[in-house]
Design a protein around this ligand. Structure first.
Ligand SMILES: [Zn+2]
Length: 251
């Protein structure tokens, strides 16, 4: 855990961001307890406890982990949290092989992956080289489109970045947790970089679909949430997609 940043997005939504690779996890205080959306790279889970501290929540208030996708900058911390708190981890069936390490590479690339430290930009290659998250999650709970988690979180299937990518919509406060279905750059909605979007056509449909929800706060998987003029920014992007707007290399 090096220099983790923790800040309130709204009264009940807190962001935990790692400055070296700008991946965000979120803690949401709901009427039924605290829900963690993505678990970050820290395989000790320590940054999650920093977040809980900041929002004055106890670890035993956490009731579940929602995983947008298997990439280790989003999922690596999940197992450490599960070891301590015994909470379920929700995900899509298509990302389960990587989340449970069935796909883990044993050869050279697996070894290189193990050697890459958990900080700095190289961390993004750690999971990709190993083709699995560093520690398998326990007892994955499979969810699919339209499902509800903990009563309040609607599941939106948003494949493209990974085949099993999910976004989550927190209805009571109209917050979209988009994961890497889209990018936020300079406080506006963008495509993800093309290099990390293996299926551009599905990603385009996924992005359009999640942007049509009634959103007051947009929480992406990297950089910073958007809290102002969200509808306007979403509508502008939908229009761009509908107009056949091209997908720039860098998103
Ligand atoms: Zn990713």
């Amino acid at each position: 855990m090096i220099g983790v940043q923790v800040f309130a997005v709204t009264e009940n939504v807190w962001c935990i961001r790692r400055p070296s690779y700008l991946t965000c996890s979120y803690l949401v205080r709901t009427p039924r307890g605290v829900v963690l959306v993505d678990a970050g790279m820290d395989s000790s889970g320590a940054d999650i406890y920093r977040g809980l501290d900041a929002m004055c929540a106890r670890p035993d208030e956490v009731r579940s982990i929602l995983l947008t996708h298997w990439h280790n900058d989003h999922a690596a911390g999940a197992r450490a949290v599960q070891d301590k708190l015994d909470v379920p981890a929700y995900c899509h069936t298509n990302d389960v092989p990587q989340l449970t390490r069935q796909t883990a590479r044993k050869g050279m690339s697996g070894k290189i992956s193990e050697l890459i430290p958990e900080w700095g930009v190289l961390v993004l290659f750690k999971g990709l080289l190993g083709e699995a998250t560093p520690r398998a999650i326990l007892n994955p709970q499979i969810v699919s489109d339209g499902g509800l988690i903990d009563e309040y979180f609607e599941v939106i299937e948003t494949p493209g970045h990974t085949p099993g990518h999910l976004s989550f919509y927190y209805k009571p406060e109209r917050v979209l947790f988009a994961g890497d279905a889209l990018a936020v750059v300079h406080n506006d909605v963008h495509f993800m970089a093309r290099a990390v979007t293996p299926d551009v056509n599905r990603a385009r449909d996924s992005m359009r679909r999640c942007l049509t929800f009634e959103i007051d706060t947009l929480c992406p998987g990297h950089r910073s949430p958007i809290t102002d003029s969200v509808r306007l920014k979403c509508d502008r992007m939908i229009k761009h997609i509908d107009g056949g707007g091209h997908w720039p290399l860098l998103g």
